[in-house]
Design a protein. Structure first.
Length: 569
């Protein structure tokens, strides 16, 4: 009876750990890992519909507030009609193919020339986009502020200056310049500077005042995105998709689209540093302003299934016949940790490891160093797991030694249980006496392994989050470590190694516990049939090394290794 109670308690404990992990995921902005809630999504309106996708940065009927409550009281993005035909212009560097819209000089599509689309490897990956299935734009413009009136914004027609459309060999940068017509005597000039090998664009905003009075405009920078999940995202594991802000005061804060929908936005509203971003698996976009520049930060819903994150900053008063300029940067690219760290403080946090960041960052650093030596991410994963097993060798040795002792006394325990099966209380006392005499700790095999669990969970997030795994081959049929094994060979081998490892452990005396010892690992293995190959490779390596170490320790202790097969009768 006591054994059944313990079994029930262990089952409850196991499910509690799963639920606790899910709650940690939700707390850190992720969707639940094991019990994700379905997300209702709506495609963005098609181009040319009554709610034109290109103008969805604000509602088309009335001005829309774009800032914090303080800013909103005096600031709005005007929603006036476009007065000139729109044109799409394409510019290319060695890593980016960018599409701009002459309506506002907005960035409306980014194609990455060195990253392929997972659904169609013949195509390049597209992040920012404006189509019937996706709305994801980068917009900037001016707000009149307390003085009121109209100023050039992201819906104002602009013209592009003549110049090259492609970064030529030998050139280090490509300049794209948009100029608006005068709106109440004020002109806005946007100059994008695209650098070779860079996913960060410098954007200079120059405000020219040709009116007869001084103006004090505000500049807004915003990212507008629909609430749909990225195409092809797995339903077996979940990563965060949505807006985020970073400030020195409150660090990295991310908000689910559903929380914006419910107006549950708790972020820093004002700062003099940091950035705003839109984040999804492997990729991100972010507006960056220099430190010391005061800005209001905002998140908001702007239309059905359409959300914005951005910042507003006050420009100095501009006298008649003078101008004022302010530079910002927009990053649109892969979450390459080393690159992000060089662009802005805290920008590397868009690659989100959650609450295990303190462990995950050094693990990623070590993995990157191994890749530098080996030049293959798959073998770097194998090498990293080997190093971790070496680092934890003595902890594992203690665990396996305890298991070996348990296996050695198992016949004595089994005989005693059979003899005292009608006297549970005496059985429990006799079992504790045997443990004391044999100097065996029943939990001795668990505690050393429990210490290692946070490290291996952190490594799980490193492998799941690292864009370097995307389209990275390992060997033979594994051509993409971020995708599931197309032939399920690795997951099948992982299931086999999991079964072997379970069989090497001493069988619990209680039949119910013995069954649970097999059912839970097998259920866990089935999940990995749909996980990225890189994660499965890491788990296989860990299993194989654990089996080898356990086999060696058992042999040294004079306990012949044997496989305890399940009995489900």
């Amino acid at each position: 009876m006591n054994d059944i109670r313990r079994t029930v308690l262990w089952v409850i404990f196991g499910f509690s750990m799963v639920l606790l992990w899910d709650q940690w995921q939700i707390y850190n902005g992720h969707k639940a890992t094991f019990f994700p809630a379905p997300v209702k999504t709506q495609p963005a309106a098609a181009l040319g519909a009554s709610t034109d996708a290109a103008t969805k940065g604000v509602p088309s009927s009335v001005p829309a507030a774009v800032g914090s409550p303080a800013a909103a009281s005096s600031s709005a993005v005007p929603a006036g009609p476009t007065t000139a035909p729109r044109e799409r212009l394409v510019f290319s560097t060695d890593v980016l193919k960018l599409t701009f819209d002459t309506e506002g000089g907005s960035l409306v599509q980014t194609e990455f020339l060195k990253h392929r689309d997972l659904a169609d490897p013949k195509k390049n990956f597209v992040l920012l986009d404006e189509s019937k299935d996706r709305t994801y734009l980068a917009q900037t413009g001016l707000i009149a502020g307390a003085a009121g009136g109209a100023l050039p914004n992201h819906k104002t027609a602009m013209t592009v200056a003549p110049g090259a459309r492609e970064l030529k060999d030998g050139d280090k940068e490509l300049v794209v310049k948009f100029e608006s017509a005068e709106v109440d005597g004020v002109k806005l000039v946007k100059t994008y500077t695209l650098a070779r090998g860079s996913y960060a664009l410098v954007v200079k905003h120059e405000v020219i005042n040709n009116s007869g009075a001084a103006v004090s405009p505000q500049l807004y920078l915003q990212l507008v995105r629909d609430g749909n999940k990225p195409a092809g995202e797995s339903s077996f594991y979940s990563t965060f998709t949505g807006p985020a802000v970073y400030t020195e005061a409150k660090k990295y804060q991310k908000v689910e689209f559903t929380d914006i929908e419910k107006n549950k936005i708790d972020i820093e509203k004002q700062a003099e540093n940091g950035y705003v971003a839109m984040v999804q698996h492997y990729f991100a976009s972010a507006w960056l302003l220099g430190d010391g520049i005061k800005r209001d930060l905002f998140m908001r819903k702007v239309d059905t299934n359409l959300y914005a994150v951005g910042m507003i900053t006050q420009l100095p008063s501009i006298a008649p016949a003078s101008s004022q300029a302010l530079e910002a940067r927009i990053f649109v690219g892969p979450q390459e940790e080393k690159v992000l760290e060089t662009l802005a403080p805290g920008l590397e946090l868009v690659k989100d490891y959650g609450w295990l960041t303190i462990l995950a960052k050094p693990l990623y650093w070590l993995l990157d160093q191994l890749y530098t030596l080996i030049h293959n991410w798959g073998w770097a994963i194998v090498a990293l797991v080997v190093l971790l097993k070496i680092a934890f060798y003595w902890l594992n040795a203690k665990a396996y030694a305890s298991m070996a002792k348990m296996k050695a006394i198992n016949p004595k325990i089994t005989d005693m249980r059979e003899r005292l099966k009608d006297n549970p209380q005496q059985m429990q006392q006799e079992m504790m006496r045997i443990y004391r005499e044999e100097k065996v700790n029943p939990m001795g095999g668990c505690l050393p392994i429990m210490v290692q669990i946070p490290v291996f969970i952190a490594l799980y997030w490193v492998l799941l989050s690292s864009v370097e795994m995307r389209n990275a081959p390992w060997t033979l049929w594994i051509t993409d470590l971020s995708a599931a094994d197309p032939y399920f060979i690795l997951p099948a081998f992982m299931t086999l190694t999991t079964m072997l490892q379970t069989a090497l452990n001493p069988a619990p005396p209680d039949p119910m516990q013995a069954k649970m010892m097999w059912i839970m690992p097998l259920a866990f293995s089935v999940m990995f049939f749909f996980f990225p190959a890189g994660l499965v490779l890491y788990w296989i390596t860990n299993n194989v090394l654990s089996i080898a170490q356990q086999w060696i320790i058992n042999t040294r202790m004079g306990v012949p290794p044997q496989f305890n097969l399940p009995k489900f009768k």
